[in-house]
Design a binder for this molecule. Structure first.
Ligand SMILES: Cc1cc2nc3c(=O)[nH]c(=O)nc-3n(C[C@H](O)[C@H](O)[C@H](O)COP(=O)(O)OP(=O)(O)OC[C@H]3O[C@@H](n4cnc5c(N)ncnc54)[C@H](O)[C@@H]3O)c2cc1C
Length: 346
């Protein structure tokens, strides 16, 4: 692998094949192409149509103090702002987030958070029925249109020369006689790449298994509800023990929660003017959940040329992780922010 730094549209000679055009693979492909690699991005379906399409898509970078991804998460908002500058029109909104729970006392605020009183909470969410004794306000948080961001990343990758193959299921990773990765087999024939990045969400483990690589990721179901709601009902990303909630259009709310009945009841008891709120749709998404909940990002030691990028909270982390992965693949660096995320920790 070259250790040269490169930029612009000239390729560095690195050929990177990314399996999976969800928000993770699209970000890796965009950043690697932008850094000068010759990138191929392949997906079994349409970009962003995997679990990314069923995400609540809170860019929740605040509050996390510990864990292997804490340092990367602390950069998440900044990385989104950078990406917005690189890709004008990126569909992201910066509303801040407001969280509260049942405890009498507010928790200690984490990074990027402050504790606000009832008056401040009511100013942020004027339709609240009851004064909140406390709430955690994270002014830097936001939300993404996750499919829109993925599509924009794919378009950005293409603009930097990437070749994109939608509707092309990968059936196997190909290796040479020495065991080095040389590309993938697909339903439409072979594709080559000196590095293959598995960013296939819940399908990642199945792609590694025939190579003898155990990637401990399981599907973790989570439910998203679409609700009809009055314009301007919810202003921030609201997080309570009953639901995560945000307004995505003048007449639409998205809620990540457990049951439709409890969610509707909780929305009605939390906000005024909600008599007409109704359920429009339900979508269950299978989140790729690593065994310890933390990202698995890095090269696979026993298969030269193979690299894995699979993580939860990937809407929040995709810009940061994509840029870091691209640096490792194209510049040959070892990124300290990914040090705690390697597969060999299992
Ligand atoms: C209800 C819900 C709420 C959520 N809320 C948040 C949140 O608020 N904030 C946050 O950050 N995250 C949230 N998440 C998690 C987030 O959505 C995921 O972490 C993220 O979308 C994962 O992206 P991905 O690219 O890894 O997976 P995917 O989007 O599933 O992409 C993987 C891609 O790989 C492709 N693929 C699979 N197998 C193959 C193959 N053999 N060949 C070719 N292509 C293949 C698939 O077609 C797919 O497009 C939520 C998820 C859910 C379900």
């Amino acid at each position: 692998m070259s250790h040269s730094r490169s930029g612009g549209d000239a390729t560095s000679g690195e050929t990177v094949l990314v399996v999976g055009a969800g928000i993770v693979g699209a970000s890796v492909a965009y950043h690697a192409a932008r850094a000068g690699a010759a990138v191929t991005l392949v997906d079994a379906g349409r970009p962003g149509a995997g679990v990314t399409a069923g995400s609540f898509a809170w860019i929740g970078a605040s509050g996390v103090r510990t864990g292997p991804a804490a340092a990367a998460r602390a950069t998440a908002t900044r990385e989104y702002r950078r990406l917005e500058a690189e890709l004008p029109g990126l569909p992201v909104t910066w509303s801040g987030s407001l969280s509260w729970g049942a405890a009498d006392r507010a928790p200690e605020p984490g990074p990027g958070q402050e504790i606000v009183d009832a008056a401040a909470a009511a100013a942020l969410e004027p339709a609240l029925r009851q004064p909140l004794p406390w709430a955690v306000w994270a002014p830097g948080d936001g939300a993404a249109d996750p499919v829109g961001v993925t599509e924009r990343l794919v378009a950005g990758a293409r603009a930097h020369g990437a070749r994109v193959h939608p509707d092309t299921p990968v059936t196997a990773v190909r290796r040479d006689a020495a065991g080095r990765v040389v590309g993938v087999e697909t339903a439409a024939g072979p594709l080559s790449g000196a590095t293959v990045v598995l960013a296939a969400g819940v399908a990642t483990a199945a792609l590694g298994a025939p190579l003898g690589v155990h990637i401990p990721v399981d599907p973790s179901p989570a439910t998203l509800f679409r609700l009809r709601a009055p314009a301007g009902l919810v202003r921030t990303v609201v997080n309570t023990p009953d639901f995560d909630l945000r307004q995505v259009a003048p007449d639409r709310l998205l809620a990540a929660a457990d049951s439709p009945e409890r969610t509707l009841a909780a929305v009605r008891s939390t906000f005024r003017g909600t008599a007409d709120v109704e359920l429009l749709g339900t979508r269950v998404g299978l989140r790729p959940m690593p065994a310890d909940g933390e990202p698995i990002v890095g090269p696979v030691a026993e298969v030269p040329g193979l690299y894995v990028a699979v993580l939860h909270s990937a809407v929040t982390l995709a810009p940061a992780v994509g840029r870091l992965v691209a640096r490792e693949l194209v510049d040959g660096t070892v990124e300290p922010l990914l040090a705690g995320c390697r597969l060999d920790r299992f």
